[in-house]
Write a protein that binds this ligand. Structure first.
Ligand code: ZN
Length: 231
């Protein structure tokens, strides 16, 4: 059995990507980065997902990108709501170079473990226009990993698995269903209420809702918050 480091955010996509890698036979080492995001709900979701997957080890790593700011996810700037998603604009929820930082940390742990595989749940279709979710970026990072490491100098390689890269949200949700995943453990909203209730209007909520609707599956997360508003 090979070891793989998986970047686990607590969202639906990273949970599904991790489960795909696990089904392929990888033993998972999960890395969750606390990057200074405004809410802790997604860290709690990452813990629940890691426990459900039965990962070998789950590391929570602090890299406070809010020191730089530059994103509505790490500052008090408002998260865009009900934004048209068919524009080429990169939204304010983009966190400068976040996936480069995250993959670099995953690479450091993978090389330490002697693992040549990294798993990330990026998606090039429903990705809100983030430049570090593109296939070219993933391919370039694999080249960087080979150049940047002792493993690479020794002739070894690193593979960055991005199994959701070309899937639509509905297909990601269907894949998760087929793997028996509990989507109710995950968290997607960029701007949840104090008790974690999804806002329903940010890009992430809108994409998630559209995906479940298209897959004709009820989102179990919503039934959790269908009672009296606890926020
Ligand atoms: Zn939301």
């Amino acid at each position: 059995m090979s070891d793989a480091v998986v970047l686990l955010s607590g969202g639906l996509d990273s949970y599904t990507a991790a489960a795909i890698a696990q089904a392929e036979g990888f033993r998972l080492f999960a890395l969750t980065v606390r990057y200074g995001q405004r809410h802790v709900r997604e860290i709690e979701a990452a813990r629940a997902v890691a426990a459900r997957l039965g990962v070998e080890q789950h590391v929570e790593f602090d890299v406070d990108l809010s020191v730089f700011g530059g994103s509505s996810l790490t500052t008090s700037a408002p998260v865009p709501k009900n934004r048209p998603l068919d524009t080429p604009d990169i939204p304010s929820t983009y966190v400068p170079a976040r996936n480069t930082v995250f993959l670099s940390l995953a690479l450091a742990w993978a090389e330490t473990l002697g693992a040549g595989d990294i798993v990330i749940g990026v998606n090039a279709l429903d990705y809100s226009g983030y430049p570090d979710c593109r296939p070219e970026f993933i391919a370039a990072f694999e080249r960087l990993a080979a150049l940047a490491t002792a493993r690479g100098v020794g002739g070894g390689t690193f593979r960055v698995h991005a199994p959701l890269l070309t899937l639509g949200k509905a297909d990601i949700i269907r894949t998760g269903q087929a793997l028996g995943l509990d989507s109710g453990l995950t968290h997607s909203c960029y701007d949840p209420g104090p008790a974690g209730r999804p806002c329903g209007q940010c890009d992430s909520c809108v994409l998630r809702a559209a995906g479940f609707a298209q897959a004709s599956i009820a989102d179990p997360l919503l039934s959790r918050y269908s009672g009296p508003d606890s926020d």
